[in-house]
Design a protein around this ligand. Structure first.
Ligand code: IPD
Length: 266
């Protein structure tokens, strides 16, 4: 049975994710440059990340003034309605900077701390993924399911790397050990798209250490609603320490292997 609050939040998230995606695709300056850096000189922000976050938050604030916000580019408001929006205006900013197509707009709505709606718009793919808690996952409105699991040796695994050299050195060690044991590894550059790719069977699994809530909130719900399992270290939920998402059988093998390989620490 559909919940009127969830329906309202989904409608708003779909509308503004599409609008922000169109704005980002159509108004990307040919000479786009770095506006600022964050955790390291290669962790970049462009003027378009800032413009898109402003577009998204002002739209949502107009429709739901009592809600809270957490956005990659600084939105941080508590709110009083029990709803908090978790927003990544461009997930895959480095791809966007280089005009590579794998970037997305990621918007999740939490109610009382639980993610109830997730929307990921991938404008260059002309795809919008969405999920509502308990309502399944969809791509362009069509239900999707994660892939029937192969053995780990035939699994296509996505991952990503942080922006700090020390963390990357540790992540490279994990890849060195994992690569000979799987079909192959992909580094797409947008965690939100990676999670949606698990949801719709384009990846068997995805893992990464160091994600922020805005990178994973929407994609995590979409992957779970598509039948994937998601988690962090064994027994834990996905977090900045470690995020793992996979078809159930692959998850059962990959999560303990990542624990053994130390994918959760630098
Ligand atoms: C990044 C992307 C990338 C992942 C990084 C994230 P951003 O998000 O999701 O795939 O590997 O860890 O920070 O910075 O482009 O929003």
């Amino acid at each position: 049975m559909s919940d009127p609050l969830h329906d309202e939040l989904l409608g708003l998230a779909l509308d503004i994710a599409r609008d922000a995606g169109t704005m980002l695709r159509e108004r990307r300056p040919a000479d786009l440059s770095v506006a600022a850096t964050k955790t390291s000189p290669i962790d970049v922000v462009t003027e378009m990340d800032i413009a898109a976050e402003e577009l998204i938050t002002s739209y949502l604030r107009k429709h739901r003034p009592e809600d809270g916000f957490l956005g990659e580019e600084g939105a941080d408001v508590e709110g009083s309605s029990g709803v908090r929006w978790v927003i990544d205006p461009i997930d895959g900013t480095v791809n966007y900077l280089y005009d590579l197509p794998s970037w997305s707009v990621s918007i999740a709505a939490e109610y009382r701390g639980e993610t109830v709606v997730g929307v990921v718009a991938a404008p260059m793919r002309e795809e919008v993924y969405h999920a509502v808690l308990g309502g399944g996952a969809h791509r362009n409105g069509v239900p999707v399911r994660c892939r029937p699991a192969p053995p780990l040796s035939q699994a296509l695994v996505g991952t990503g790397f942080g922006y700090l050299a020390e963390r990357r050195a540790a992540q490279a060690e994990v890849v060195r050990a994992l690569l000979p044991r799987v079909r192959d590894i992909r580094r797409g550059g947008s965690a939100a798209i990676d999670l949606c790719d698990v949801a719709c069977g384009r990846l068997d699994a995805y893992y990464e250490r160091g994600l922020n809530p805005w990178d994973m909130a929407a994609g995590d719900l979409i992957a779970r609603e598509a039948g994937a399992l998601t988690g962090g270290r064994p027994g834990l939920t996905p977090s900045t320490e470690l995020t793992v998402a996979a078809s159930p059988e692959v998850f059962g093998v990959l999560q303990p292997l990542l624990e053994e390989l130390g994918a959760w620490h630098d």
